[in-house]
Design a protein around this ligand. Sequence first.
Ligand code: S3P
Length: 449
Amino acid sequence: MIMKINNKNNPVIVERSNALSGSIDTPSDKSISHRALILGSLCIGETKIHNLLLSEDITSTICALEQFGASINMGEEQNITNIYGIGIGGLLQPSKKIYLGNSGTSVRLLIGLMSSCDVCVEFEGDESLSKRPMGRVLDPLKEIGLEILSNEKENLPLKLKGTALPVPINHKLVVPSAQIKSALMLAALNIRGRSTIIETIKTRDHTEKLFEYFGADIQTSLNDLGQKEIMISGQKKLSPREIDIPGDPSSAAFFIVAGLISKGSKLRIKNVMINPTRSLFIDYLISMGAKIDFLDKYSKCGEEVVDIDVTASELKGVTTSLNDAPSIIDEFLILSVAAAYAKGESKFCGVSELKVKESDRLEAIINMLTASGVKCETKDDDLIIYGNGEVPGGSDIKSNYDHRVAMSALILGLGSKSQIRIDDVSPIATSFPNFMEIYHKVGGNFHSG
Ligand code: S3P
């Protein structure tokens, strides 16, 4: 059965499946899709994006950039998107409020972008996005001249006024977050003089790579303390480019774990980007005993990409390190599913950022596993999961507007003894619109519930 998943409240029941098999095309990377759209919109001339992710979060970014004056045309065939940009600092005053749905990356990056331009913008989002903290991007941007015109609070809806005379940024990141780093970098593009951003714990580096690719004046180096320093000299023209978006490892992760935990399974997962700031979860799965084979590597848009063969495996527990937390932040949920099917204790260190994602994902993991008969607990900033190789199931899971919670619960149910019900799988459309189609194609056993 193939289900449409873009209607609200779409409940699903998953039953234990037979061995999964087949080949999967990984959807394009969400982080790179947002950034390619934004940078293309800052060029004068035509930028061509091949294989842009077509999902709700990306649509939010497109609609916002159109309100800022960019012209973005999606080709019907071959998935080519053409952008005619407005130039650095050329943002037009939007004529209405900008609604960004569920997308935290859209809102944080766009706040950065508008902060150093002479525009006034009202940002809004859905219920989940309206609960997420924005102070982490607003505070450093206030220092360059951003004004908050709405009541002093740090959640959407927010009315913000950018500045025509921004001062250079000199900021050390307090929270290790690629969204904050990228917001500051985008602000720096329109700031005369040199801005410096220091990152103490590694986060995904797509913005740095794409700044170089589009010709921004950016330099990165390691300081004496081993911290990354990013220096950007603003108000330099970007050059329009052609770019092909590689597959999203965070989306591939769900089917990688599906292939590992469903007995007898063998899956080929194609087009997985293996940027080291994104693919660490694969290394952790391998250290758990996962049989994962890398086929030929190739390169797309300066990123290494591989096809992967996954074979069902007996897994053992794993401990993830504190400094790796930002690089596996989007995979903790699905790693918790792997840990539930593993034998032995798993410990995920430094997981508090999970509380401020599309939902409180720490609570989501604890609720999902506990209700499904798997013991787990938090100790200080760590999450501990006591796997015994089997998941009883028999649970009813709430996805809470969170795509990754819905997909993780669907994978958890593939091997559980009793069925698992998920109250709403519609949020999956924010990142992986054809997830249910692929789930069905490889042998996932589910029906409407
Ligand atoms: C993202 C950064 C991460 C990640 C999110 C996408 C990005 O968020 O969780 O899904 O594209 O920069 P944080 O920066 O809040 O860690």
